[in-house]
Ligand binder design. Structure first.
Ligand SMILES: [Mn+2]
Length: 629
């Protein structure tokens, strides 16, 4: 029983107290105690009563002490571990019936009926969307330490790994929602072996939200062994902000994350293993599989991105393409890292010395956009490789708009300026195709002399390229991205336009359902850019336009399918008659025309070319944007 009276500061034993008291009573055998309560009461306590009172007092002390000890024990259990190790949500919130919002990546939905949400809350929701491009209100409802399921394939989970070096994780933010930023950091701390995280550098790129200042410093104080907050001296933009962080990182390996991510179990190890192992004689940049955090409900949606590779179109916009259309032999194990010509941009692991050797990013690139193309081209062309790692999963919120850039025209203007620098330095003769397919680039290029594109000279970047002895863009297309439509191998390119009473309509693919359509020409390229190869195929993104003749001519259908690598049959070859603008399918001899509803295409018997009906509005007349490459 003596342990019950032990306190943190020393030991007092209950029987010692009793012993003292009994000794006291023995030394004064006639001890009595007189007390006056008010004017008329007088009590005399005899020895036996006094002993009883004493025992009662001892019992009370014991009860109080036991209770306070229990409380102290609880406090010490909680505070003895470093905060970043406390990854489990409290037990009571993890039960099925009372799971907290968003637990295990479940969607968080608000009541559908507007009437159920007070006006003040509706205002907050709208403000969150407007500021962040995602549902900040819902994010604020979710624990910043929420748990997520382990979505890895068992093959990834069971792999044995050798010792890995630590990384510096660089996260640039500008007015990110606090809950989203904190959740990004906690997902790293909670789901990464601490010895692999040398530091997390939070680069505050001139944010104006007040909670991202002193509050953020205070919040991360208990994590100061891992988290460092650096603030830029002025607005740098995402690209320069990343360079700012990279140069200040202390580890040999860098890992870049967007400020609106959640890393999943086992995310870092396979990336690092690929980058740090020098098994091949080349530097590898590793990219995780990107899962989707739904921007409305913050639900985790495990995507197909391990089945996709990164590509670009001739507007230098990033796009995902399915891995099955790659020409290189498929790997035996689809979970092994695979080559990707271009990376999405925000999430990657790279050796710091290699990044420095490549001249970081071009410092003339501003704010956002095009930097992923620059880094991707130069990694491949200057002796490195980019691989997607299917075992590594990072979930990411795709913002609906780009709140800190503003309008679409502003964004287009910004990315065009950046893309132009990338094209001028890295794309050799292919830059010319970019300008021919998108004439607004040429206008921008022409205006460059009057007001400089940027004060950072292009020559310095060209010189860097030649010092590094990098290969040509043609080499890159042929060896790294042979699936890409090569304009230099085409006889005509650009939009395939039809003019009629409905206006100017362009052949467009793929629609959301991967169908082929005839839509108003938007002039932005992308889905409306086609290549008429010298071999006759009309192709875009490795898919060829064909005719399925059916049994009768009226059953013939226009199809689109993966181009054959061994050369196409006549069903996929087309003849372009310049005088009449007719596109004649070689196998069937039928001509391409708009379908009756105008938003689809079909084929019909060709009209004879010598008749005088081929005005601009003839239904069989089509125009290529560039019909002589
Ligand atoms: Mn992002």
């Amino acid at each position: 029983m003596d342990h019950m009276l032990q306190s943190q500061s020393g030991t007092v034993r209950w029987w010692e107290l009793v012993f003292c008291f009994v000794t006291l009573l023995q030394t004064c055998p006639k001890f009595s105690f007189n007390m006056r309560f008010g004017p008329s009461y007088r009590f005399t306590l005899c020895r036996s009563e006094l002993i009883l009172l004493f025992l009662l007092a001892i019992a009370l002390v014991l009860i109080v002490h036991q209770y306070s000890r229990a409380v102290l024990q609880q406090v010490s259990v909680v505070s003895s571990e470093p905060h970043y190790k406390r990854q489990q949500a409290p037990q009571h919130v993890a039960t099925a019936h009372h799971a907290p919002p968003g637990h295990m990546g479940e969607p968080v939905t608000l009541p559908q009926e507007q009437g159920n949400i007070p006006d003040s809350v509706q205002e907050q929701i709208a403000l969150g969307w407007q500021r962040q491009g995602y549902n900040q209100f819902v994010s604020d409802l979710i624990s910043v330490r929420r748990e997520l399921p382990d979505v890895r394939d068992p093959w990834c989970r069971d792999r044995k790994r050798s010792a890995l070096p630590p990384v510096s994780i660089v996260i640039v933010f500008h007015d990110e929602a606090l809950s989203v930023l904190l959740r990004t950091v906690h997902s790293v701390l909670n789901r990464t072996p601490p010895e692999l995280v040398q530091e997390i550098l939070l680069i505050d790129d001139w944010s104006s939200l007040v909670q991202l200042k002193t509050f953020l410093d205070d919040y991360f104080l208990p994590y100061s062994d891992k988290v460092r907050i650096l603030r830029t001296p002025k607005r740098l933009g995402l690209i320069t902000g990343r360079i700012f962080g990279a140069k200040r990182a202390s580890a040999d390996y860098l890992l870049f994350l967007d400020a609106h991510c959640e890393c999943l179990a086992g995310w870092l190890e396979p990336l690092l293993e690929l980058v740090a192992s020098n098994q091949e004689n080349r530097k590898v940049v590793a990219v995780p599989t990107i899962d989707w955090l739904n921007e409305t409900t913050l639900a985790l949606q495990v995507g197909a991105s391990s089945g996709l590779y990164g590509a670009f179109d001739w507007n230098l916009s990033f796009q995902w393409r399915p891995r099955y259309d790659r020409l290189q032999a498929p790997q035996e194990n689809l979970l092994e890292p695979f080559d990707t010509p271009v990376m999405a941009g925000g999430l990657f692991c790279i050796e710091k010395a290699f990044f420095a050797q490549l001249g970081w990013y071009d410092p003339g690139l501003q704010v956002y956009g095009g930097e992923n193309m620059e880094l991707s081209f130069k990694v491949w062309m200057c002796g490195g490789a980019i691989r997607t790692v299917p075992c590594s999963h990072v979930a990411h919120i795709q913002k609906r708009n780009n709140p800190y850039i503003g309008s679409y025209t502003k964004e287009r203007d910004l990315t065009m300026r950046n893309s132009l620098r990338v094209a001028e330095v890295w794309m050799d003769e292919y830059a010319e195709f970019l300008y021919r397919l998108h004439p607004d680039y040429r206008a921008l290029l022409a205006s460059r002399t009057s007001h400089s594109l940027s004060n950072v000279n292009l020559d310095a970047r060209r010189q860097l390229r030649s010092e590094l002895g990098c290969k040509s863009f043609r080499w890159y297309l042929q060896h790294v991205f042979p699936e890409q439509d090569d304009p230099s191998e085409a006889q005509a390119a650009g939009w395939i336009r039809h003019e009629n009473e409905a206006g100017q309509l362009c052949l467009t693919w793929p629609m959301r359902d991967r169908s082929l359509a005839l839509l108003h020409c938007h002039g932005l390229g992308g889905q409306q850019i086609w290549f008429h190869r010298k071999t006759g195929e009309i192709a875009r993104e490795g898919h060829c336009l064909g005719v399925d003749s059916g049994n009768k001519p009226q059953e013939a259908e226009v199809t689109i399918a993966l181009c054959s690598s061994e050369g196409s049959s006549g069903a996929y070859r087309w003849l372009y008659r310049r005088q009449t603008g007719q596109l004649v399918n070689v196998a069937s001899g039928l001509c391409l025309v708009p379908a009756d509803n105008n938003f689809r295409v079909t084929v019909e018997r060709c009209e004879s070319a010598d008749r005088e009906i081929f005005t601009q509005s003839n239904r069989q007349r089509w125009n290529f944007q560039i019909d002589d490459i």
